[in-house]
Design a protein around this ligand. Structure first.
Ligand code: ADP
Ligand code: MG
Length: 239
């Protein structure tokens, strides 16, 4: 069996201490393999964003282990972690996190340039990624000149550029109209089909339907899991 791109083993996350402590994740095990897109659903506060942030090494879990492409994040050096984030991980945050002083193109190619790609090669990859989200006419626009939906698409292009192998997307379709939302899902699906692994946090059943598997979180625990075949019935139960 091939090694999962991402493994979470017994992951817990506690915020705060004592009376006010919050148990955001209460023991989560999750494997995601190449070519697999996993949707994570659950009420607000159920731990979805915490799970993504831990999976991407942006925060250390209170207990448990995170393994990305065989690298144990708990023992990786700062340098290894930084390299992993630049090279292997693509993040799409709820609030886009674009750099306001950089153009759309520069936002997308920044991780590649940091990683030592030649400017010309980075530009070509950036152009392809932006074209794939329908923004080939906005390469030189700054985030402030773009609509929320367009900014979201730049963030998606940045997450997939350069063949990232683990894509973590936190409600990437939140600010988008339904047509653009579908286009974004298609792009994510295409990237995963080409060999990446992906986790998508979403509230939208019709976007979760693009996933191979849906994981339901409640109070920091996985309470239900469904393969695509049974996902539809689970979703209609939830309605
Ligand atoms: P979701 O993305 O599903 O809405 P989160 O992962 O953001 O859930 O939050 C899970 C729980 O952890 C919530 O109760 C939230 O209030 C709490 N939480 C999240 N981040 C922090 C933080 N930095 N400090 C304290 N509590 C937090
Ligand atoms: Mg969230």
């Amino acid at each position: 069996m091939t090694e999962p791109v991402l493994r979470l083993v017994g992951v817990t996350q506690q915020y705060g201490v004592g009376e006010t402590a919050v148990s955001a994740l209460a023991g989560v095990d999750l494997d995601v393999v190449r070519g697999e897109l996993v949707a994570v659903m659950g009420a607000s506060g159920s731990g979805k964003s915490t799970l993504l942030s831990i999976a991407g090494g942006l925060q250390q879990p209170t207990t448990g282990e995170v393994i990305v492409e065989g690298t144990y994040l708990s023992t990786a050096s700062q340098r290894e972690l930084a390299q992993l984030r630049r090279r292997s991980l693509g993040f799409v945050f709820q609030d886009f996190n674009l750099i306001p002083t950089l153009t759309a193109m520069e936002n997308v190619t920044l991780p590649l340039e940091l990683d030592g790609f030649r400017a010309r090669v980075a530009r070509r990859a950036g152009k392809d990624a932006l074209a794939a989200v329908g923004l080939d006419d906005k390469l030189d626009a700054y985030p402030d000149d773009l609509s929320g939906g367009q900014q979201q698409r730049v963030a998606i292009a940045r997450a997939v550029v350069g063949g990232r192998r683990l894509i973590l997307a936190d409600e990437p379709t939140g600010a988008l109209d339904s047509v653009t939302g579908e286009a974004v899902m298609k792009m994510l699906r295409t990237r995963v089909d080409a060999g990446a692994a992906g986790i998508l946090v979403t509230h939208e059943p019709r976007h979760a339907a693009w996933a191979d598997r849906i994981v339901f979180l409640r109070d920091g625990r996985v309470v239900d899991e469904s393969r695509r075949a049974s996902a539809d019935s689970l979703l209609s139960d939830a309605r």
